[in-house]
Design a protein around this ligand. Structure first.
Ligand code: ATP
Ligand code: MG
Length: 761
């Protein structure tokens, strides 16, 4: 049976080979990162084909991303020595379900040419239903309902089988709206993302003949990243494998990072129950990383409770210790990493030369990417952002930029079209057509067309009033461009505030809104490095052009989530600070569930590295526009000292960390204390000036500042405030209702508290 001597088998170790050759019956491969699960899964496909067990179109093979599916196809083709176009059922759950649903759409009341709604369409539709039901969608936002319904779909709950426990959802209206929403989708011949799977499960459950047909057709089923399947996906797999039970799932409980999207690690444990007699394979040899990297990852993940538990070992040479470095702030971190990558290309610290495309930067939150994108563009280091738009391609950033463009060049019609009804000003298609018509008839840009439309009373009602307000604003902001009393950064903030754009996201109670606000703050922060708005806009248009050459070697930037299953010789893990990683939200959660998922994410991050892994943190970072001093992540304390080398940053203050001595994690923590003294040093003000920063609060204070800003109206030292006359400044002392404030332009003054407001309100 085993094609002896076949190269794809010879490449495997005995445990992997056993998993590959156990073709019939259920197989569960449960093993840590880099142990060759995906490699074995790929070999298994080749083996099925080679031994004639199945034809390419009879193998159902599920990967987590389309990219992973493409790679697997390529590898199978290479191992087989022929191109393998005929694997139609190798893909993600979603891509496979789209195909199945198109074939059987009529069984759930759809036509085969149904459309798939994206999130925006989905929310818009829900909003209509919510309003029609007379519910206040300010209090009960449509996105909230969308989240609830997605969650139900992940659990394979249709309106008909929704458990009683959900009756109270969305003010008790959730179940009813869910039913209405599904009915409306049917009328529209549309589905949302969650439906793709749910409809197919429903079809399988209600049409035994169809199910049997696919049970026979998919002779073998393979699933990668099994730890991240949700209940609906699990049901789908169990139905399809129910007859022949030829299912092979591979996963790692320590890499389960989609709990927040309904994935259930419990599926791994259920597998052995649902498929009794499953052949369970454990792999322990890691082929990816050096011993130091593995030990660091193992040390961190050991902090989680309730793990299935596994040991990893490697034969690889010891290599570099995991490198840990602290920086002054996030910009400095980006600068250092850029320089380090350049140095690595020539070979540094005794390492071999490392190409750009062998390097990845893995961030916890996408807003961290901007600092890297800007820095790399400045030094001409080619990069690509994987999985998700680059910073300047995000919707809110493009909206904001469109505002800046209209203000700086009023004839920019594209930009005007983008913003005229964002936020909603009651200027629908009809009003916009009117503006277009008038502009064309007079041969003027849209802004002027709009002004004429207002003058001539062509746009009535709320739309007309709002449009007049917008045009007033544009004129006013335009005049401030050359005005020395207002910096371009303040002007940008003013434009976003006064146009109602910031407010639009502040009033948006959806899960994405805080991230979008954060990105807007990032944008304003980016502006500080430029002389004026125009210079900034030019910089960005260059960034947008940067994508040109795809054959070029590029550094990869992506989130930790997107990095799952991938590997790189050199990995940078920036932003290891409490509140960022682990995220504030996970730390606020009661119990350890949230932090444990973050810890698994840390494990995923470290185990992506083959040769060099560099973890970094910054002492100061701006969050929601506030300078905040951050403490190094608790995960840093969990790194086993013997496998970590603390690097000395080039720092603005002359290698502060080095002063604390080398050797181990503890010293990095000592360094934190040493660094705190820097805040009190006489050179402090000078350093701030050199860094071009606003006053930075001392550790601890800044943290409180942010909380104070949100929760209570009273002020605290370190808080950034705005005074009508003196402008922006930071509070340096409080005496009763008098505040001592260090104003950026006006110097230090005492003012009465009621005349100032929080800078970012
Ligand atoms: P993850 O959990 O991160 O998805 P994995 O278990 O899927 O990891 P793979 O990506 O399959 O691991 O393999 C990790 C690396 O080890 C790959 O570069 C792969 O080619 C290599 N590898 C796997 N098995 C072997 C082996 N038996 N001999 C040599 N190299 C191997
Ligand atoms: Mg894998």
């Amino acid at each position: 049976m085993a094609a002896r001597g076949a190269p794809y088998l010879d490449e495997l170790n005995p445990a992997q080979r056993a998993a590959v050759e156990a073709l019939d019956g259920p197989v569960l491969m449960l093993a840590g990162a880099g142990t060759g699960k995906t490699k074995a899964l790929t070999a298994r496909i080749v083996h099925l084909l080679n031994t004639g067990r199945a034809r390419p179109n009879e193998i159902l093979s599920v990967t987590f991303t389309n990219k992973a599916a493409r790679e697997m196809k390529d590898r199978v083709g290479r191992l087989l020595g022929q191109s393998i176009e005929g694997m139609p059922w190798l893909g993600t759950f979603h891509s496979i379900c789209v195909k199945l649903l198109r074939r059987h759409a009529e069984l759930v009341g759809l036509k085969s040419n149904f459309t798939i709604l994206d999130t925006d369409d989905q929310v818009r539709l829900m909003k209509q239903l919510i309003q029609a039901a007379g519910i206040d969608d300010k209090r009960w936002p449509a996105r909230m309902l969308a989240g609830i319904i997605d969650n139900w779909k992940n659990r394979a709950w249709t309106p008909a089988n929704l458990p009683a426990s959900e009756a109270g959802a969305y003010d008790g209206k959730g179940p009813q709206l869910y039913a209405l929403y599904q009915a409306r989708l049917k009328e529209l011949n549309a589905v949302d993302f969650g439906d793709l799977l749910l409809h197919v499960v429903t079809i399988f459950q209600t049409h035994d003949d169809v199910l049997q047909q696919y049970q026979r057709w998919f002779r073998y089923i393979l699933v990668d990243e099994y730890q991240d399947t949700n209940v609906a996906q699990y049901l789908w797999l169990r139905l399809l494998a129910g007859a022949h039970k030829n299912i092979c799932c591979v996963g790692d409980d320590d890499q389960s990072i989609y709990g927040w999207r309904g994935a259930e690690v419990g599926n791994i444990l259920r597998f052995e129950k649902d498929f009794p007699g499953a052949h369970v394979v454990r792999l322990e040899q890691n082929y990816r990383s050096t011993p130091h990297i593995l030990a660091a990852a193992s040390g961190v993940i050991a902090g989680n409770k309730g793990r299935l538990g596994k040991e990893l070992w490697t034969e690889a040479e010891e290599g570099e210790k995991v490198r840990l470095i602290g920086h002054w702030d996030g910009e400095e971190e980006a600068r250092w990493i850029g320089e380090e990558i350049e140095a690595m290309q020539g070979g540094t610290r005794g390492m071999r030369p490392i190409r750009r495309d062998e390097v990845a930067i893995l961030v916890r939150a996408s807003h961290q990417m901007r600092a890297f994108e800007d820095r790399f563009l400045t030094i001409g280091l080619p990069y690509r952002v994987i999985g998700g738009p680059r910073f300047y391609e995000r919707m809110e950033i493009r909206d904001a930029m469109a505002y800046f463009r209209v203000v700086t060049s009023p004839s920019d019609d594209l930009a005007f079209e983008r913003i005229v009804n964002t936020p909603k000003r009651g200027l629908g298609d009809k009003a916009q057509q009117t503006i277009q018509r008038i502009a064309r008839a007079n041969g003027v840009p849209l802004v002027q067309g709009a002004a004429l439309a207002v003058e001539q009373g062509e746009i009535k009602g709320k739309g007309g009033t709002e449009l007049a307000r917008l045009l007033d604003g544009l004129t006013r902001w335009g005049r401030l461009i050359g005005d020395a009393s207002v910096s371009h950064v303040e002007l940008a903030e003013m434009i976003l505030d006064e146009s109602g754009y910031t407010g639009m996201w502040q009033n948006d109670k959806t899960p994405e809104a805080p991230g979008r606000l954060e990105n807007l703050k990032e944008l304003v922060k980016a502006l500080e490095q430029f002389e004026n708005l125009q210079g900034f806009l030019e910089h960005v248009s260059l960034i947008m052009d940067n994508e040109s050459d795809d054959t070029e070697e590029k550094v990869s930037i992506m989130t930790l989530h997107a990095a799952k299953g991938l590997e790189f010789p050199a990995v940078f893990l920036p932003g290891w600070e409490d509140g960022l990683f682990p995220s504030q939200r996970s730390m606020d959660e009661s119990g350890q569930v949230g932090v444990e998922e973050e810890r698994r994410l840390a494990y995923v991050g470290i185990t992506r590295a083959e040769e060099v892994c560099t973890i970094s943190f910054a002492g100061n970072r701006r969050v929601f526009g506030q300078w905040q001093s951050a403490l190094p992540s608790r995960f840093i304390d969990e790194l086993p000292e013997a496998h970590v080398e603390v690097l000395t940053p080039p720092g603005l203050y002359g290698g502060g960390y080095g002063a604390a001595g080398m050797g181990g994690v503890q010293s990095s923590i000592d360094a934190r204390v040493a660094e705190a003294n820097v805040y009190n040093s006489p050179g402090w003000k000078r350093l701030q000036a050199r860094a071009g920063q606003r006053p930075v609060a001392q550790p601890g204070e800044a943290r409180n500042t942010v909380i104070d800003m949100k929760a209570v109206s009273s002020h605290s030292v370190g808080e950034r405030v705005f005074h009508q006359k003196f402008g922006y400044g930071a509070i340096i002392g409080i005496e009763g209702d008098k505040l001592e404030i260090d104003f950026e332009k006006a110097g230090t003054k005492k003012v009465v508290a009621r005349f100032i407001s929080a800078a970012d309100d």
